[in-house]
Structure formats: C-alpha cells, structure tokens
Ligand binder design. Structure first.
Ligand SMILES: *[C@@H]1O[C@H](CO)[C@@H](O)[C@H](O)[C@H]1NC(C)=O
Ligand SMILES: *[C@@H]1O[C@H](CO)[C@@H](O)[C@H](O)[C@H]1NC(C)=O
Length: 424
C-alpha cells in the first residue's frame, strides 16, 4: 500500500518472537569431521537470486511536462524528465497542487483504462535495479527508505546488487489489468536472472500490494515454469484480500502520515488510482452483510458498496472496482513455497462512521479493528487459506505490534529472511 500508511503511502512494539529458525526450518545436518581427517572446505553457497516487488507507492515515477494548462500560475507547464514520485519537496503547499495535477489519472469509461493529465508523460525508472525500490526518494531522504535494510542483509550474506538482487518497479497507480507489460517484463527478468546465476531459481520478496501483484503473476504461469524458475516467495504485510483503508481513501483521502499533509488535498489524486479500487475489501473475505460505513439513516454494507460510491458522487471508483474484480475473485494459490509474514495487533480502520446522512461532504470518524495499521488482519492472514489447497509449503508468521511499513526493517524479519535465504 502507499508508502506512509501503507495502502500506498510509502510515507507511511513488541514482536512476539515465535521461534524463527529451528522450529520451522530443518537445519542441514552437520557432519562432524573425524579428529585426524583434514577438514574439507565448504562449497561456496548457492544463493537464490532475489527480486523485490514493491507495494502501492513503492516505485519511483518520472514525469515530463508539455502542458497547455496548469492549475496554478506557480506550476511549470514544461519540464524535461524529473522525479515526480516521491520527491518530498514537491509535497508542500502550493507546489502540492501542481504535483497532484501531474500524478493523478483520468478514467475513460469507454476503454476502461486510465491516462495522465494531457501534456504529462510518465515512466517508471530503473527496471531490474534494486536501488529504485530500496529508496523511493532518490535523494535518499530516510522517510523514503524501503527495501534497503533487507538488501543490506543480502549483501552481508554475499549477494551482489544487480547480479543476484533485482527490483521490479511498476506503475503502482494502476491495477493488474493495466499492468500487462509489467507481467511480461517480470517473466523475462526471472528467466534472465535464473540464467545469469547458474540456473538458480529466484526468490520474490514482496511487500503489501506487491504480494497480490506477484500472486497474479504466479497464477498466470504453469506449474512446470514455476518449479523451474521460482524458489519461493517471501511476502511482507501482503494485502492479499484488500483493506478497508481503500474505502477510507475514497471517502476522505489519506494524509501521508509523516508529511503533515492534508488528506483532503491528497484525496484528489489518490481516488483516481485504479489500484486503490483493486485494494477495496475482497468479497471472498468480507461477508455481504458486513457494515463498512454507518450514517444515522442507513448503513452501507459490503453488498451495498455501489450505493456508497453513488452517494459519494464518485461512480468512477465503482467502475474501476468492476474492472479489477476478476483479479480479486481469483484466489487460487501461488503454488510456490510461501513465507507469509505480517504485523498484527495495531489499530486499523475497520468501518467509517458519519454524523450526517449525506456522506458526500463529510469527514467520517474511523472505527478501528485489528491489523498492521494499514491492512486488516483477515487480509494479512488470507494466505493461510491456501494451506489446504496447495501442496507447496506455506509458513505464516504474525509479529505483534509491527506496523505495515516498519516490518521492512524489523530485526525479527531481517533475521527470518536471512535464515530462509541460507537454505539453497
Ligand atoms: C554451477 O552449478 C554447477 C552444478 O551445481 C557447478 O558444478 C558449477 O561449479 C556452478 N558454476 C558456477 C559458476 O557457480
Ligand atoms: C447499522 O449497523 C450497526 C452495526 O451493525 C447497527 O447497530 C445499526 O443498527 C445499523 N443502523 C441502521 C440505520 O441500520
């Protein structure tokens, strides 16, 4: 999800340490050398190459401007390629209004696709390079740190960036239906990485929306291809079944926590992302009768989400939901070894409560439930569902009090990743 708070916002306590290592992972039996036999040198470790798949807001985005109009006179109309996402300096008033105009999308109901503001071109830099997902802000402002701690653990184990550590950034504003080229490129990256590393199968390390993105990719591959090219997936805070947070974003936007920004201002941009619609709660994990939003005169249940968008006066959100529903409905297992790690025990929005019956202009109160602060518990845990449906090994680990973003740097997680990656 987004960096800060997760659904997309990069700019987003005490872990119950459930015996990593020995309990879950059979350590290779170590033979003792006979006292007088010369010790044989250990063979060089065969490392499974790693590909990071980031979440919502977890890729850099460049823009080039050649606009006829701009929302304010302070906004530039022309500019050569520059970093749009995420340069924190652009997120201050009034520059944030220029930024929103350059990053927002427009939905075309006829083609069921989105496009940029006229005169704005965008591209995702650094395909294959891990550093573009280690740091979302290229100036390496610490608020933009992403996969860097995990990458550093791998380097410490003998991994080399761009040889056996890669990044797979993508246009996170869009859902899988508009990311077809990403899935084609990802398959090529996997095969090329496999060949470049002495035919070693790759490990995906995924975060938040990157976990269901990888699921969509794996569902589209044959079992034979996966057995050959994919060693495993390590998912951190996977938003497997969406999140009520996406409902909140459509209703009121989301402040990028650490930025002290106005949710209301950012909402204008956030609600235009089809990925936010894809991340709405899944009907496979929320019952039709469950109440998502309450007003004095009526409730909006899961089955009445369409009414909710109608009353918000944003039917585009509902159209984008329909476009992505086929991905939500397919919950077949990834059929690769899966490590499903997530934080738990943190207040996470579960329902919206409005004081008035007209929801279009009002900011609701948030009713909290459990999760990792961004994704609800049932969505984080949804990976457990596959245990009965897949012959591939699935291991889940809940970390109490670990937030959606902090999981990427948590010592127990870093230790877990190291232990798993030591298995060839
Ligand atoms: C590649 O793997 C084979 C078989 O495991 C091994 O004999 C060979 O030394 C490896 N080559 C390199 C460059 O690691
Ligand atoms: C809305 O849902 C809540 C919780 O299920 C329930 O207590 C309340 O009576 C409902 N309100 C209306 C107006 O139906």
């Amino acid at each position: 999800m987004r960096l800060n708070s997760g659904i997309f916002w990069v700019l987003l306590i005490l872990a119950t340490f459930v015996g990593l290592g020995d309990c879950f992972w059979p350590w290779p039996f170590v033979k003792k050398h006979k006292d007088n036999a010369p010790p044989t040198p250990p063979p060089p470790p065969k490392l499974s190459p790693v590909i990071f798949v980031p979440g919502d807001g977890g890729s850099q985005l460049d823009a080039r401007l050649n606009k006829n109009n701009s929302p304010y006179f302070v906004c530039e109309k022309t500019h050569d390629w520059y970093n749009l996402w995420l340069d924190l300096e652009q997120l201050v008033i009034p520059m944030v209004y220029c930024w929103i105009d350059n990053v927002k999308l427009y939905y075309d109901k006829a083609t069921r696709t989105t496009h940029n503001t006229p005169g704005v071109e965008t591209r995702i830099p650094g395909w294959g390079d891990p550093e573009v997902v280690e740091w979302i802000d290229p100036t390496r402002n610490s608020a933009g740190a992403y996969f860097k701690d995990i990458a550093n653990v791998l380097v410490d184990m003998g991994y080399v960036r761009r040889l056996n550590i890669h990044g797979a950034p993508y246009d996170f504003r869009k859902a899988p239906n508009e990311n077809k080229q990403f899935f084609i490129d990802l398959k090529q990256l996997v095969e090329d990485t496999y060949e470049a590393n002495n035919q070693s199968a790759v490990t995906f390390i995924t975060h938040s929306m990157g976990s269901p993105m990888t699921l969509v990719f794996l569902q589209e591959q044959t079992l034979a291809w996966k057995n050959k090219y994919v060693r495993r997936q390590i998912s951190l805070a996977g938003a497997w079944a969406g999140s009520i947070k996406a409902v909140k974003v459509f209703a009121m936007g989301d402040d990028l926590d650490s930025f002290a920004l106005s949710a209301k201002i950012l909402k204008a941009e956030q609600i235009t992302h089809p990925s936010t619609a894809w991340l709405l709660p899944s009907p496979l994990f929320w019952k039709p009768s469950e109440v998502l939003a309450m007003t004095p005169s009526r409730n909006y249940t899961m089955a009445q989400l369409q009414d909710f968008f109608y009353d918000l006066d944003y039917m585009t959100g509902w159209e984008m939901r329909k476009d992505t529903m086929r991905y939500t409905q397919n919950f077949s297992p990834p059929d690769v070894e899966l490590h499903c790690l997530y934080g738990d025990g943190i207040d996470t929005v579960e329902r919206l409560q409005y004081k008035k019956s007209d929801i279009s202009g009002e900011t609701p109160k948030l009713i909290m439930g459990l999760g990792d602060g961004t994704v609800n518990q049932r969505s984080l845990r949804a990976c457990q569902y596959w245990s009965g449906y897949s012959s591939s090994h699935i291991n889940t680990l809940a970390l109490q009090g670990v937030d959606h973003m902090k999981i990427l740097a948590h010592p127990d997680v870093l230790k877990y990743v190291r232990t798993v990656m030591e298995q060839p």
